[in-house]
Write a protein that binds this ligand. Structure first.
Ligand code: KIV
Ligand code: ZN
Length: 520
């Protein structure tokens, strides 16, 4: 049997972004899409266009700008969804794909949709036919497929393929299945629908990780006949997430004895870079022991392992870290590095900034360079992210002073600048600067309270994480937080500084600005 290609369908920007607090701004999504193209995924599911104007615009912009991968937009089997998806992916031309879905399981049919089996088939076929009027490349997903009666599922697959679907995606929507069971299901479908065997239509799988089996289920499906896997970078996604792209790709590559018939087109050396970018853009940090992309994935601490490694790397290492993009040793920049060195480093990191952004970044780089001896690539990524993740800045930090100690009530004084309206700018008015102070049970609490007093917003911190971006006592501290401004919606904020109270204030202001721009 000749080697068969497994298509990698990346849904980081759709299912990944759907997870609470991971929502990305337009510019963040564009950066991720550019990186996915460098990673060489086959399909980028760029969003769910009908959901909001923002989603529509980002799918459309990705379809326009990104060359190489196919660009998919998600739609329910509803006319307005399909029209929005069709319009959004149009700039991708032949590479545009509409992904329509409809639940098929008994529990969804009875409790969510109130529809009988025949009606489900009728709607699915209609959805595919409508999508076909916009693009040739239509994918259909029977949502909650793994809990659908297998014979009915096979009928749905046959009907949508006959209606023109080129891909039928079998989602394990609630992460219910196990590898043997899921493999058997895929094999049954492969055998039931002749077009799957002739290659006229492709089986895809989309596994969630509620039982930690998303990657194992996907791999079992590949052996049973699936030729496309849907996944996300770092495995981010609804609840426990989706199958992790890096784990799937590296399992297929590292075990040719088992997966000898299969290959992907992924440029694996871009994996670590993609992981870091998605972690920063989504605010979902990667745990240290995460396979392939965690900080510890290739760190051998025990003496016995180190000794073995020195004698022969294969004793304890099954993959070469360089193959996934670890270990490109960087020479850190310093405050003496010039603009050309900065731009050259950014280009090497795969970042393309506008002139205005790179000017602003150069100023922040010099500020940081004054405070710490070496500016590492991770420091730069944090600074760039601060620039990219900026919402329109209604409020910006002008000044922060904090006093705290074991015998003092922590107090913070904050000065914020309020953005001018166009009329104020035209009238030549000075920007409005507002100062206030707050006390709290610690310096961060005091600073955030002072910001609340100025902005008149009351945010509740629902999650707060701080970590050092690079090494050394003078490292940049990066704060990622999720804030609820009273409507139950989580808004994420990120900020970095060598001073962790300032990093916290910057992250909180980032959330405030995102909140205000979303409202606007
Ligand atoms: O998990 C799921 O069922 C989905 C579908 C929309 C494919 O995300
Ligand atoms: Zn999903």
């Amino acid at each position: 049997m000749s080697t068969q290609k497994i298509k990698i369908f990346d849904t980081t920007l759709r299912d990944g972004e759907q997870c609470p607090g991971a929502s990305m701004t337009f510019r963040e999504k564009m950066e991720v899409a550019r990186q996915l193209a460098r990673l060489n995924v086959d399909v980028i599911e760029a969003g769910f266009p009908v959901i909001s104007d923002g989603d529509f615009e980002s799918v459309q912009a990705i379809a326009k700008e990104i060359h190489g991968p196919q660009i998919a937009g998600l739609a329910r089997c509803v006319e307005k969804d399909i029209t929005a998806a069709g319009e959004a992916v149009k700039p991708a031309g032949e590479r545009g794909r509409i992904h329509v879905f409809l639940a098929t399981s008994k529990i969804h049919r009875e409790f969510k949709l109130g529809k009988a089996q025949e009606e489900i088939i009728r709607l699915a076929v209609k959805g595919v036919q409508q999508a076909k009027t916009f693009v040739n490349d239509v994918e259909f997903s029977p949502e909650d497929a793994s809990r659908t009666e297998p014979d009915f599922l096979a009928q749905v697959c046959q009907a949508v393929v006959d209606a023109g679907a080129l891909t039928v995606n079998i989602p394990d929507t609630v992460g219910w299945s196990t590898p043997d069971e899921f493999g058997d299901l895929i094999q049954k479908l492969y055998e039931s629908v002749p077009q799957f065997r002739t290659g006229e239509a492709v089986i895809s799988v989309h596994c969630h990780n509620d039982l930690g089996l998303a990657v194992a289920n996907s791999l079992a499906a590949v052996r049973a006949g699936a030729r496309q896997v849907e996944c996300t970078v770092n495995g981010i996604g609804e609840r426990a997430g989706n199958a992790a792209l890096e784990e799937l790709v590296m399992a297929l590559k590292t075990r040719p004895d088992i997966y000898k018939d299969f290959t992907t087109q992924i440029n694996t050396r871009e994996i670590v870079k993609s992981s870091k970018l998605v972690a920063r853009m989504s605010g979902l940090m990667v745990q240290r022991n995460k396979a392939i992309v965690g900080e510890n994935a290739f760190a051998h601490a025990s003496g016995i392992h180190q000794d073995g490694m020195l004698k022969n790397r294969n004793t304890y290492e099954i993959m070469d870290p360089v193959d996934v993009g670890w270990g490109d040793t960087e020479l850190p920049l310093t405050k003496h590095s010039g603009r050309a060195a900065l731009v050259e480093r950014l280009t090497r990191l795969g970042l393309t900034l506008s002139q205005a952004d790179s000017d602003a970044l150069f100023v922040r780089f010099k500020e940081i360079g004054d405070k710490k001896k070496f500016v590492y690539d991770d420091d730069l990524l944090a600074l760039v992210e601060g620039q990219i993740s900026k919402a329109p800045e209604t409020w910006s930090l002008e000044y922060l002073s904090v006093s705290s100690g074991t015998q003092t009530v922590p107090t913070a004084t904050v000065k914020l600048i309020h953005a001018q309206t166009e009329e104020q700018q035209e009238a030549g008015e000075d920007p409005q600067i507002v100062q206030d102070a707050g006390t709290g049970d610690g310096p961060v609490d005091a600073a955030l309270k002072a910001i609340d007093r100025i902005t008149q917003l009351r945010g509740r911190l629902m999650d707060y994480n701080i970590r050092s971006v690079s090494r050394g006592k003078d490292a940049l501290g990066e704060v990622v937080m999720k804030v609820d401004f009273g409507d139950g919606q989580l808004v994420s904020g990120k900020g970095a500084s060598t001073d962790i109270v300032e990093a916290s204030a910057r992250a909180y202001l980032n959330a405030v600005n995102r909140r205000l721009s979303r409202k606007g």
